[in-house]
Design a protein around this ligand. Sequence first.
Ligand SMILES: [Fe+2]
Length: 308
Amino acid sequence: MGEGIMRLGFVSVNVTDLEAARKHYVEVMGMQMTDRTENEIYLKGWDEYDHHSIVLRQSNRAGLDKMAFKVHTYEDMEQLEKQLQQYGASVQRVSKGENHKVGEGLRFRLPSGHTMELFVEMEYKGKALPQVNPAPWPEGLIGVGAPRIDHLLITAERPHETVDFLMKALNFYMSEKVVENERSETPIAAWLFRSYTPHDIAIIPGKDEKLHHFAFWLDEFNELRKAGDVFSKHDVPIDVGIERHGITRGQTIYYFDPSGNRNEVFTGGYIAYPDMPVVKWTVDQLARGIFYFNHRQEWIEGFTGVTT
Ligand SMILES: [Fe+2]
């Protein structure tokens, strides 16, 4: 097979108040609105060049509508379709335009019930910077000024089944996992990647079909401080942070959008190679894995228990 899945393409998120969501994602997060219909808003970050990385959908409840990963070529997507079928997944073809500005794709469900899609092409929009002799950042950034989305974290009643599916049917690599003890291999939770970061997607125990959070990338640690300032200024409810993850070694603030979807601003972490040895966290050290600084705090239960 060629190169397979390249990266997270877009997340489609349900919101209960589209206008409140627009205000948050545009005026607080600094995303650019690239299109809107009566019930949907399309957004991209300043360092992203495809038409959108987030779709906000008016709905009567919050949560994840679906996630879509971008694949290198159509040949790769055909190969992945075969692998999915061999694994026993029921795969639906998505026609060009069924997703606004997106080409043909595949749709299927993870064992956890989440809807995932693959696509190869999305309308090109261009970064907020020129392709020739660009400055390091564009003028006129609003609020947090998040450059791009980074990853998402979903919950599953049987995480190891979804991890197995993602690794065997879609060739995801594992960077880290939580296990019962040093000798056990079965993942209680796992961080998986196809790009070069410690995770494009992670799976933790919880209810099927639920979203724990999706994350925006920030370029460095001081940008997290600025994000915290912006959140406070705009009364964005902060969940946790600034913190350090033991797992991924990232730095983080978690917060909620106006519909109650948990979001994260994330920076740091290491470069992940496909041949990296998997890092294990024993479940007794999980709190330190999630929040390295404040691993004794009781709010970790609230953190892992609240999903949309
Ligand atoms: Fe995260």
